[in-house]
Design a protein. Structure first.
Length: 311
């Protein structure tokens, strides 16, 4: 369950309390409204990146989804590290919900599912993600009030559009119904996402911030969107270079053309011992006269058997 809301008297009221506040007129100077209006254009641009559009249509390759999960792991590790450091800082403390929101452990489970027990040794932070991570660390250490922008951009998105992406990924990648591989999108400690988002916005609006600081937070939120779009563009470029996915139970598609070193089964270095590309090996074998004769005989037997079955 989400954390309770502290009442002015120092007691506690449950999360439903904020529904009463939500009925009041929302001030255009409330931070939640400033962020909503001030990031609308950035939000629209992010949703219209090629990577996101392809994702929403279910055109997401498993390898690319894995790389996106890696990017999220490094991003949330940085964000949650800085949030932990500033959990008692009044400019951020009211938005500290580690049990309800933190995603690092969920992402670690997803990476273990995709990469195995030694997943930490198999992943690395990409260039675009590193720039995002560096900015988060700078903010957490030098301008902690701007952490609000990064937390808002990430977690509110996860509780909204992220739930749509969860269903798309599960269906497109044929992931287990038990939600392995998509734990990132699962918020077990939040029973009602809409109510929690109301609570979160109320906490943002209650922060003691002057007009200038609020404007800086909106500006930082737009920067956060730009960092996200850079990661999306990076993933899109990688996606265009990836070979087609493996067929069910089969080998990755490889047409035998182009640079042989791009074959996923090619040895790490030319001239090293070990198996070569199965495609090229099969083609070479098929060119042998004896093998061709045997293949022709097998096809004749198969055709005769098929004719017998139809009759």
């Amino acid at each position: 369950m989400p954390s309770a809301v502290e009442s002015p008297e120092g007691g506690e009221e449950d999360i439903l309390h904020y529904e009463e506040i939500e009925n009041d007129a929302v001030s255009p100077m409330d931070l939640s409204e400033l962020l909503k209006e001030g990031t609308k254009e950035s939000h629209d641009r992010a949703e219209n990146t090629q990577f996101v559009k392809d994702f929403l249509k279910g055109r997401i390759k498993k390898e690319l989804f894995k790389l996106a999960t890696v990017a999220l792991y490094f991003t949330y590790s940085a964000l949650e590290e800085e949030m932990d450091h500033n959990k008692d800082n009044p400019v951020f403390a009211p938005l500290y919900f580690p049990v309800e929101l933190h995603r690092r452990e969920a992402l670690a489970k997803d990476l273990k599912y995709f990469y195995g027990e030694d997943w930490k040794e198999k992943i690395q932070c990409s260039e675009a993600t590193q720039q995002y991570v560096d900015r988060i660390h700078h903010v957490g250490q030098h301008e902690p009030e701007l952490l609000v922008a990064h937390a808002y951009t990430r977690y509110m998105g996860d509780l909204s559009g992220g739930q749509v992406l969860k269903k798309v990924a599960q269906r497109a990648l044929k992931l287990p119904s038990t939600e392995e591989g998509i734990q990132f999108y699962v918020f077990d400690s939040i029973s009602n996402a809409q109510q929690f988002k109301q609570l979160y916005r109320a906490r943002m609006n209650a922060l003691d911030l002057d007009k200038n600081t609020k404007e800086r937070i909106v500006e930082e939120a737009n920067k956060a969107f730009r960092f996200n779009m850079q990661v999306f563009d990076e993933l899109d470029k990688i996606g265009r270079s990836l070979a087609e996915e493996a067929q069910d139970g089969g080998f990755p598609v490889h047409d035998g053309k182009g640079d042989i070193r791009k074959c996923p089964y090619y040895a790490d270095k030319l001239g090293t011992a070990g198996p070569g590309c199965p495609f090229h090996a099969a083609v070479g074998l098929a060119r042998q006269p004896l093998v061709q004769l045997l293949l022709a005989a097998c096809m004749a037997v198969a055709a005769g058997a098929a004719a017998w079955y139809i009759l």
